[in-house]
Design a protein around this ligand. Structure first.
Ligand SMILES: CC(C)(COP(=O)(O)OP(=O)(O)OC[C@H]1O[C@@H](n2cnc3c(N)ncnc32)[C@H](O)[C@@H]1OP(=O)(O)O)[C@@H](O)C(=O)NCCC(=O)NCCS
Length: 439
């Protein structure tokens, strides 16, 4: 596929996603070190773009590290219990100062894109109190998010920023965890997505043992993880190996339980990471999703134009036999597509020729998504289908994919071994090789 075709494909995908996300709420939890990185202004420009295209964005600054830094600068020792800061009364003014200062970093960056933003008192909190004899001082827990207030701000065209401070009904400030605010905001506002923006995301995962089913890229970054796999990772890795990843993963699980469809964890210092992760199926970070993300399914009439788009270049070069929309429609039940997040990335058909033999045909995989297992999974799907319908052999005719079929266990065979009806129409001029798998 030429470069031009690749960018057209990306533009199509972007429109598709934009359409799906417009009017929906997406919560961004952005860690403190990201705000200090050189790429922060670019990241915020991309977030501003999302806001301008009609996505309702809520920003929760993760300021724990910044608060620690400010407290240290003022000779105040931070102590923690159950990974939570104990906020001594004397420390609270500094915590407030640090939390609000961290939040202003976002106001500043959004100003550059002329996005109106508001740091607000949107969180009601109550004191954590004394737990197992440990007095948590002015550390609080989130009681509720003032949903109506947040909505009013969004409806007025502004982006709400929720610093890690909450107030009691009497107006007493508490230091609450930004993760707690994130989960409460996701739930209260019905967010469809949570995006956790951090630094060194790939490096953080390198020493982490994950189940074999977790797909990683060539650098070792986990691409897609299910909640079950996250639980397994949390169970099998000791806390020191997990480091900060532990809190990202726990937050992800909590957000999924709170109802978001997907959590994305990205490295905020990588250019364009938000747009690539949200607007392209290829992604740029790690996605944790509760529902089905990719699947093989029978085709619908509305799939046919997309299938023809996949097949066209292969038909032009003679790799696939020419078929038109009617041909596909006539054998509709034979076809299946491999779909990623609603978009078709591969297709194929299984034609039953009788005599216990079925043919895998019209196999076409999107070159932009090659080597991601789509072809293999379709073949496996059809093998299963052939077994279920009582076949004892599947075969494929190919001019250039013999090695690929061999890798899947197929062996070269002869025209004579094909069922009679297929033998009769075998195009000797085309001289395809025949590969078969005994079931
Ligand atoms: C063959 C095809 C379906 C593979 O699709 P895919 O989604 O990339 O498949 P998978 O991810 O399951 O397999 C990819 C692997 O096969 C290898 N591969 C792809 N085409 C190959 C070929 N023609 N010969 C040998 N190996 C091939 C890739 O290098 C890759 O190897 P890797 O996993 O070690 O990186 C796709 O390349 C295609 O559409 N080809 C043209 C159509 C065609 O020939 N159809 C068969 C006739 S019915």
């Amino acid at each position: 596929m030429g470069e031009n075709a690749v960018s057209m494909e990306l533009i199509r995908e972007a429109f598709l996603y934009q359409n799906r996300f417009a009017g929906k709420t997406v919560v961004f939890k952005i860690d403190f070190p990201v705000t200090e990185s050189a790429g922060f202004s670019y990241l915020m420009k991309d977030i501003a773009l999302l806001i301008k295209t009609g996505i309702k964005v809520i920003i929760v600054p993760g300021s724990a590290e910044y608060i620690s830094r400010v407290l240290t600068d003022h000779n105040i020792t931070s102590s923690f219990a159950d990974s939570e800061r104990i906020t001594a009364n004397g420390a609270m003014p500094y915590v407030e100062m640090a939390a609000f200062h961290a939040a202003t970093r976002f106001i500043t960056a959004l100003s550059a894109s002329r996005v109106d933003a508001l740091i607000g008192n949107f969180v009601r909190a109550r004191g954590r109190g004394v737990v197992h004899g440990q007095d948590f001082g002015q550390t609080g827990v989130v009681d509720k998010i003032y949903v109506e207030s947040v909505r009013r701000v969004i409806d007025a065209g502004m982006t709400p920023i929720l610093p890690c401070i909450g107030w009691s009904p009497a107006g007493k400030p508490y230091n609450v965890s930004s993760n707690g605010i994130t989960v409460a905001a996701c739930e209260a506002l019905g967010a469809i997505k949570l995006v956790i923006v951090t630094t060194d995301w790939t490096e953080k995962q390198l020493n982490i043992a994950a189940p074999a089913s977790v797909e990683r890229d060539e650098k070792g970054k986990m691409l897609r993880v299910t909640p079950e796999e996250v639980r397994e990772i949390l169970k099998t890795n000791a806390a020191p190996a997990l480091g900060k990843t532990k809190s990202h993963l726990i937050l992800s699980l909590a957000a999924l339980e709170a109802g978001v469809e997907r959590v994305h964890i990205v490295d905020g210092t990588e250019e364009g990471v938000i747009l690539r992760e949200l607007f392209s199926n290829l992604g740029a970070g790690t996605m944790i999703n509760s529902g089905e993300y990719d699947a093989i399914r029978p085709i619908r009439n509305s799939d046919i134009p997309d299938m023809l788009r996949l097949m066209e270049p292969l038909m032009q070069t003679g790799i696939l036999l020419r078929r038109n929309a009617e041909d596909i429609q006539q054998k509709k039940d034979d076809f299946a597509v491999f779909v990623v997040d609603g978009a078709i990335h591969a297709c194929a058909a299984l034609h039953n020729w009788g005599e216990g033999q079925a043919e895998i045909a019209a196999l076409a995989s999107d070159p932009m998504y090659k080597s991601m297992g789509a072809g293999r999974r379709l073949v496996r799907y059809f093998i299963e289908k052939a077994v279920k319908s009582g076949c004892d052999r599947v075969f494929a005719l190919t001019t250039s994919t013999q090695d690929w079929f061999e890798q899947l266990g197929f062996n070269e065979t002869t025209v004579e071994s094909l069922p009679r009806r297929k033998r009769e129409i075998y195009d000797r001029k085309r001289n395809s090789r025949i590969y078969a798998l005994e079931l």
